[in-house]
Design a protein around this ligand. Structure first.
Ligand code: SF4
Length: 240
């Protein structure tokens, strides 16, 4: 039987913003969502990127084992290639490298569960508390993301909850209050990471020759971002 393989957009050797400590990051190719603010639009096509075998990927990550605290699968949507992520996570865990998965939690949970089980931590990006708002923002409601969060709660999986703050969309305090209230019962959520919208992805949309839906969106106002952090902290969350 041929070795399990997956499509990888690129890797990053010493990532510092995708989980605890310094990490080797696999940016997996392919995503089923279409977030208006996507800063990696070149990773959406499931047929793009390069094909990596498990052994190739394992050997590449292990080259840096003395300098990193773990490995993160980001993307794109890594749970669309769950079998590869599960197998590689297990192999790397045996070598002392725990893995984190940076995911929107949207892929089918039956297929994704083995990868979640094999990871130490999920960086779960919930797009909005309101499903219709999530649909307008990213093309799909939030039901599957919350199903993934429910699964983490049931299995005791650690979660760092990520949320992008988009002016006029998810940044209004009404939306944030709704999200904080919805998240409060989940004991698996260790911390909340609020990610202010920025324009850094705009150049990639231009390179792809595609119109960037948020071309005219201003960056999130720092004062409003601080208020958002205070709101979550005031409701008992640790905010990164
Ligand atoms: S989930 Fe992430 S990779 Fe997929 S469209 Fe949204 S921002 Fe882009």
């Amino acid at each position: 039987m041929p070795e399990c393989s997956a499509r990888v957009h690129h890797t990053e050797t010493f990532g510092t913003v995708d989980g605890p400590g310094v990490r080797f990051v696999f940016f997996m190719q392919g995503c089923g969502l279409r977030c208006r603010y996507c800063h990696n639009p070149d990773s959406l096509d499931p047929n793009g990127g390069a094909l990596w075998t498990l052994t190739q990927a394992e050997q590449e990550a292990l080259r840096y084992r003395n300098f990193i605290q773990g490995v993160t699968f980001s993307g794109g949507e890594p749970l669309l290639q769950a079998e590869f992520v599960a197998q590689l996570s297990r192999r790397l865990a045996r070598e002392g490298l725990p893995s984190a998965i940076d995911t929107a939690g949207a892929p089918d949970l039956r297929a994704a569960a083995p990868a979640i089980d094999a990871a130490q931590l999920l960086l779960l990006d919930v797009k909005a508390a309101d499903s219709e708002l999530a649909r307008q923002l990213c093309g799909e409601g939030n039901e599957r993301s919350f199903a993934t969060l429910d699964y983490c709660e049931q299995t005791g999986k650690r979660v760092w909850l990520r949320h992008v703050l988009v002016p006029g969309w998810t940044l209004p305090s009404k939306q944030l209050t709704q999200l904080a209230r919805r998240l409060r019962p989940y004991r698996c959520v260790e911390l909340v990471e609020l990610l202010p919208f920025h324009q850094l992805g705009a150049a990639k949309w231009a390179t792809l020759g595609r119109p960037y839906p948020f071309r005219d969106m201003p960056p999130a106002d720092p004062e409003a971002v601080e208020e958002a952090a205070d709101l979550f902290a005031g409701m008992g969350f640790t905010v990164l």
